[in-house]
Design a protein around this ligand. Structure first.
Ligand code: DGJ
Length: 702
């Protein structure tokens, strides 16, 4: 039984394979947090400590660890719920009521001691991945309204201080820039106020106690939410570290009418002693098994960076023919196919096929794509509208805007008010029509600006995101085979909220293959490789990089191409074809395998990653700049079977002298080594040339 209730002590114990999480009900009815850490099977040992204040200035409610503290009484700490009743009372006071336990899930019900406000806390265990999911639901059982001023998904407590936080910062073209900072005393806040997800920060936390990739305590979690989020991390004066995550209460208030409920997004969290690597593999495994079921993601070609807005039926057909020659499986037409869309200034909202660009509609292109044996995908940006469009003229009140203020435009567009049922219907019907009239397998759903001017709609921060989820869900119910990519000016919608509805992420508009390595790395801390779209393109600020480096970088995720392949030479076409063929062979390892960020103590600036899956493993090695005098790098692989032999081919390293004398490079030598040797002694690899890269394929027993 992964979840147990110790009746005599009123204690809940939640076990995953390697961890235990415990909380209990004390004699005041408070839900007291007791433990989160390494697994403890002697559950009878758990007890609820007596409440004791340190002084009149350190009141018990403030220093006691609670599962879901509410605003009220002498609590000055972060609280998960803040409400205002119709009579003006703003202090909440809860008591435990009951619980329900079923297989891997637990529900605990709390209720206000006077008012008809109920809180349900729901926990789900993912045993093998050492993860717990939790969310909270608040229900108004009164005849009068209650205003919810803040509601978080939950509060967690780590029994340590002096932790290091790993998180991301960044902006458009620079998503997923990793930073690490030692927590001082005081609060660290990570948040988003943009209405939809942001490039600036991502809704996850990683806290470690001196961990490495392979070893050490790591506490981590992520919020399943694609909008305003807030994470507060605070080493408390009383020795522990508090983490609270949820929807950002910034500029947001919910009114619960009689009988209404609100459920927070889920937060998923875990603990490991196995370092950052185990953390990532647990999350990846969870995502693949629970959210990303279905076939391996196809190799796509997207024509955006080849043509930008200048799409034409004939040219797209030519691109499709070239793409299929190279082995592409999915052809995606991006922005520019609809309305009066020749730049970003017009068209959004008028979702008819542009008759000048496609005189006979989209179907001739789609038929051609299908006859070439590829799937067909299309770009939309359904939440937005450009001012000159018919949609805007007919429905000037469909946008978020404030009275007596000019509507904010950004990228020449405004955001549709998805809290209006007619807007939601319009978007659903638009996508439904598009899919009903065209043989479409893939949608790239974009959103190129944040929300502003929500005016009186103080619930919009929540309702907009819920509306997006609802539309995507309804569309997928009707078209179950359809894949939908979440994009928002690149990686502006990468989060577990999106992943619960969408199938792929566009990770960044920065397609520079070297920059992408850092983005891939930080992304991989939390998010699964299978959902990470990466393209080979012409548009980056190091245009003369070898095609091999571009392909190897993009092959680390779900491979795509975005080059203007009409300008490709015969050699480039042949080379691309070979890379795509090679990718298809190793795709199951990349998309379904265990992922490792390899550590190495060489001064060489190698970037090393490994995937293992069944009988095989892959090593990706990148070297941005090589020097003649540099020694090889010793690479210790991970996750192999110690007592099994693996065979592999590795580039032969030339000595500095041989390079000086111009001895031929590029030869491979085939070797067989045991897993134990590969993981402990390791292999020595020396790449040569700037932007050198290679993939080494290890196979058991050949
Ligand atoms: C932003 C996306 O990230 C790009 O890939 C492209 O789809 C453009 N929008 C189109 O406007």
């Amino acid at each position: 039984m992964p979840i147990q209730f110790v009746k005599e002590k009123n204690i809940f114990v939640l076990h995953t394979a390697q961890t235990t999480y415990a909380f209990g009900i004390d004699n005041l009815g408070l839900l007291r947090h007791l433990y989160w850490g390494k697994r403890i099977d002697h559950i009878a040992d758990f007890e609820i400590p007596d409440l004791a204040e340190i002084s009149s200035n350190d009141p018990v409610l403030d220093l006691t660890l609670e599962e879901f503290p509410v605003f009220g009484g002498m609590r000055y700490k972060e609280t998960c719920l803040k409400a205002c009743f119709s009579d003006g009372t703003r202090d909440l006071e809860y008591k435990y009521v009951k619980y329900a336990l079923k297989d891997n899930s637990l529900q605990v019900i709390l209720r206000d001691t006077f008012y008809g406000l109920e809180i349900s806390l729901d926990y789900t265990i993912h045993e093998t991945q050492d993860l717990i999911e939790r969310k909270a639901t608040v229900t108004n059982h009164m005849d009068t309204d209650v205003a919810i001023e803040a509601i978080y998904s939950g509060q967690l407590h780590i029994p340590h201080q002096n932790l290091t936080l790993t998180a991301t910062h960044g902006h458009w073209l620079a998503e997923f820039q990793e930073f690490k900072q030692k927590l001082g005393m005081g609060k660290t806040v990570l948040e988003n106020r943009r209405g939809i997800s942001t490039h600036n920060h991502n809704p996850f936390f990683i806290l470690d106690n001196g961990a490495t990739e392979t070893l050490g305590d790591v506490y981590y979690g992520a919020l399943k939410w694609s909008g305003n989020f807030k994470a507060v991390i605070e080493p408390r004066p009383y020795g522990t570290t508090l983490i609270q995550m949820g929807v950002n209460p910034h500029d947001c208030q919910l009114t619960l009418k009689a009988g209404d409920s609100f459920t927070t997004p889920e937060m998923i969290f875990g603990y490991t002693v196995g370092g950052f690597g185990t953390m990532s593999r647990n999350l990846h495994d969870y995502a693949r098994k629970n959210l990303l079921q279905g076939a391996d993601r196809p190799v796509l070609y997207n024509s955006w960076e080849a043509t930008f807005f200048d799409v034409k039926s004939e040219e797209q057909i030519k691109l499709a023919k070239k793409a299929s020659e190279m082995g592409v499986e999915l052809f995606v037409i991006d922005d520019g196919w609809f309305g009066n869309r020749n730049s970003d200034a017009d068209g959004l909202g008028d979702w008819y096929v542009n008759p000048e660009k496609f005189p006979d509609g989209l179907n001739p292109l789609i038929r051609e794509v299908k006859s070439l044996g590829m799937k067909f995908g299309i770009w939309i940006e359904p939440e937005m509208v450009n001012p000159p469009t018919e949609l805007m003229k007919k429905n000037p009140n469909w946008i978020y805007h404030s009275k007596n203020r000019q509507p904010d435009t950004s990228r020449n567009q405004m955001v549709l008010n998805l809290t209006l049922p007619e807007v939601k219907n319009f978007i659903f019907n638009m996508i439904d029509d598009l899919l009903a009239n065209h043989d479409i397998d893939y949608i790239k759903w974009d959103a190129n600006r944040p929300i502003s001017q929500i005016g009186m709609t103080k619930e919009a921060g929540i309702r907009h995101v819920e509306a997006v989820y609802e539309i995507v869900q309804q569309i997928k119910q009707k078209y179950p085979q359809l894949l939908i990519e979440a994009c928002a000016s690149g990686g502006g919608r990468v989060d577990y909220g999106s992943l619960s509805y969408f199938d792929d992420f566009w990770t960044s508009d920065n397609t520079d293959p070297f920059d992408r390595l850092t983005i891939h790395k930080t992304y991989s801390y939390i998010y699964p490789i299978k959902a990470m779209r990466a393209w080979v393109t012409d548009h980056h600020y190091r245009p003369h990089l070898p095609l091999s480096f571009k392909f190897h970088s993009a092959m680390m995720g779900s491979l795509g191409m975005g080059c203007n392949i009409l300008n490709f030479s015969e050699e480039e076409i042949t080379e691309s074809k070979q890379f795509i063929e090679a990718y298809k062979k190793i795709r199951p390892i990349i998309q379904n395998g265990d992922f490792y960020r390899l550590e190495h103590n060489s001064t060489n600036a190698y970037h090393l990653f490994e995937y293992t899956y069944g009988e095989e493993a892959l090593l990706f090695a990148f070297l941005p700049q090589s020097h003649i005098y540099r020694a090889s790098v010793n690479i210790k692989l991970q996750g192999l079977d110690e007592n099994v032999d693996y065979s592999f081919s590795i580039p032969v390293a030339r000595s500095a002298n041989e390079i000086y004398e111009g001895l031929k490079s590029g030869n491979l030598t085939t070797k067989t080594k045991s897993g134990a040797y590969l993981m402990n002694h390791g292999i020595d690899l020396k790449l040569e040339g700037d932007y050198a890269s290679t993939i080494i394929h290890f196979k058991k027993g050949e």
